[in-house]
Design a protein around this ligand. Structure first.
Ligand code: ADP
Ligand code: MG
Length: 245
């Protein structure tokens, strides 16, 4: 049997709560992601989606359990894993192009400056950010343009796993639709594995191969995952944690 690309095994996260109690955000979370899959995770605000993503990114440690990517345990951040946050997190003193180049340079240190620039520009072109906009700084770009830059930056470093935390949450519906199309296209061309958080069910159905549903605990009461089918080709929703969702 081939090993899944990403394995999440017995994951739990607890934070210090009031008094000496620990607040369990989630526990006993198990799921696999195959190479090249586009997986969306949906659920109410505060149910622990960002916490899971931070653990997958290596930005936070689980209290229990193990995340394995390509057979190796994830510990600490790595250029193999690219992250896109809701608030863009671009470097404000660099132009759009230089923001993308910054990541590409770190990922491919042996590349010439010309190659880094050409490669970065190519990804900005894919998300429609050209005609001078590539030379503007984040403060001179609209929210949609900024998010295009952060998507271009993430894909341009060609990470094995791309993690997106509600990347379109702050955008108007029209811009969101266009960037969703662009994201889907880059992903299809790249063969990369994408794990995306959204609170928008329609968006998950539109984009994902598979949808994981997450809800407020107590997850420990749930014996096993339930799988429900969404009547779309290639789409499969898999419920983790909570039967009442
Ligand atoms: P979501 O992304 O699904 O909205 P989060 O993963 O951000 O949810 O948060 C899940 C829960 O964990 C929330 O109740 C939040 O308050 C709590 N939480 C997140 N980070 C911390 C932290 N660093 N310390 C304490 N509690 C936290
Ligand atoms: Mg969140």
């Amino acid at each position: 049997m081939t090993q899944p690309f990403l394995e999440i095994d017995g994951l739990a996260k607890r934070f210090p709560g009031s008094k000496d109690e620990l607040l369990t955000v989630f526990e006993n979370v198990n799921f696999d992601i195959q190479k090249g899959e586009f997986v969306c995770i949906i659920g109410h605000s505060g149910c622990g989606k960002s916490t899971i993503m931070n653990v997958l990114a290596g930005l936070d440690e689980p209290t229990e359990g193990v995340v394995t990517m390509d057979g190796k345990e994830v510990s600490g951040p790595s250029l193999d894993r690219g992250v896109v946050f809701q608030n863009y997190s671009l470097l404000p003193w660099l132009t759009a192009l230089k923001n993308v180049m910054f990541g590409v340079k770190a990922r491919f240190p042996s590349w010439s400056k010309e190659r880094v620039e050409e490669h970065s520009y190519e990804y900005l072109r894919m998300v429609g950010l050209t005609n001078g906009a590539e030379h503007r700084k984040p403060s001179q770009l609209s929210g949609g343009m900024r998010q295009r830059v952060s998507i271009a930056r993430a894909f341009a470093t060609q990470p094995k796993l791309l993690l997106l935390d509600e990347p379109f949450g702050a955008l108007d519906a029209l811009t969101r639709g266009t960037i969703q199309d662009e994201l889907l296209k880059i992903w299809q061309d790249s063969g990369q594995t994408v794990f995306m958080i959204t609170h928008d069910v329609d968006e998950a159905i539109l984009l994902a191969d598979r949808i994981l549903l997450m809800s407020n605990g107590p997850f420990a009461e749930v014996a096993e995952s339930v799988v429900i089918d969404i009547p779309r080709p290639r789409k499969r929703a898999e419920m983790i944690h909570h039967p009442a969702y």
